[in-house]
Design a protein. Structure first.
Length: 303
């Protein structure tokens, strides 16, 4: 089978290479000449403009979009739409907000073009391990894409599935990422407490390796914790700034809208936001309130 891919970042390139290894023909487009060269090195074909991509594919065409969520997805669809036709399929494999995917599916349906939203997990490890794929769209569209999806997944019958109509794939991935926030925060907090117990002089990498085998907290995230601590036991040079790409926020908003209590996910998101405040006015306010009512000393710069 053949596939067009728009957006050849690290994940897009890895997905392309996995598909090429599986015997699929890949034609890619990216604004970066370096990315296009990287695809050609692993056996892919490239085009110089977005609207020339469809002409290089056989009908009915399938084009996978791997660009940042929001306006870049809409701009990509607008750019390719004049060059595709009824019966073609556009796939959004990025982390789009699920309501955007529902809207896009409706807009494309007016042109008789199928839209499939694929929540994709696996990161940089997906090339070798395969990707977890949460897929939303019509059964007919998903069935047509099955050979590609089976190649991208860890195996033909595991790690991927058609979860429901348009929007459901990105919705399931959104909740998946919210859960991920909470798991990551728990590991981070636990390791921080272990590290602070200085009198035991604990080897955190050793602890992580012990937990990896037989423990109820063993997981891929724990594998990555152990790997990171092996490479940099003290995390020297790492700035304590944690970004987020939106899915955790969307999960919290959805939980509130549906009256679902999700305190762990919510607090893990707030902790990420907290990590970015290098000059916290709120903490200063807490310090001066303690000074005002209790006479507690306030630490001041240069003293």
């Amino acid at each position: 089978m053949e596939l067009g891919i728009v957006g050849l970042g690290r994940m897009g390139l890895n997905m392309s290479e996995r598909l090429i290894r599986g015997g699929h023909r890949i034609v890619g487009y990216d604004l970066s000449a370096e990315a296009l060269g990287a695809l050609e090195k692993v056996g892919g074909e490239t085009c110089k403009t977005l609207n020339s991509l469809p002409a290089m594919l056989s009908k009915p065409r399938a084009i996978w979009i791997m660009v940042p969520s929001g306006s870049p997805v809409d701009e990509t669809i607008a750019g390719v739409l004049p060059a595709i036709e009824a019966g073609d399929t556009l796939i959004d494999g990025g982390n789009s907000l699920y309501t955007d995917s529902v809207r896009r599916a409706g807009e494309l349906a007016a042109h008789s073009i199928d839209f499939v939203d694929v929540g994709t997990s696996g990161g940089i490890w997906g090339l070798e391990e395969g990707y977890s794929l949460m897929i939303g769209g019509t059964k007919e569209a998903v069935d047509r894409l099955a050979p590609l999806l089976k190649t991208l997944a860890p195996s033909e019958d595991r790690g991927w599935g058609h979860v429901g109509p348009n929007g459901s794939g990105h919705f399931v991935k959104m909740i998946h990422n919210g859960i991920e926030y909470g798991m990551m925060q728990s590991f981070a907090e636990g390791m921080a407490v272990l590290q602070r117990k200085e009198e035991f002089d604990l080897d955190l990498h050793q602890v992580a390796e012990i937990w990896r085998h037989g423990s109820v907290v063993r997981s891929w995230l724990l594998d990555l914790v152990a790997r990171a601590l092996d490479e940099n036991p003290k995390l020297d040079g790492v700035v304590p700034f944690v970004s987020d790409s939106g899915e955790g926020r969307w999960t919290v908003f959805e939980a509130i809208n549906k009256d679902v209590a999700a305190p762990v996910i919510t607090l893990s998101l707030l902790q990420r936001i907290r990590s970015r405040d290098t000059d916290s006015f709120g903490d200063k306010m807490l310090a001066v309130m303690r000074e005002q009512f209790g006479g507690h000393a306030v630490k001041r710069k240069g003293k």
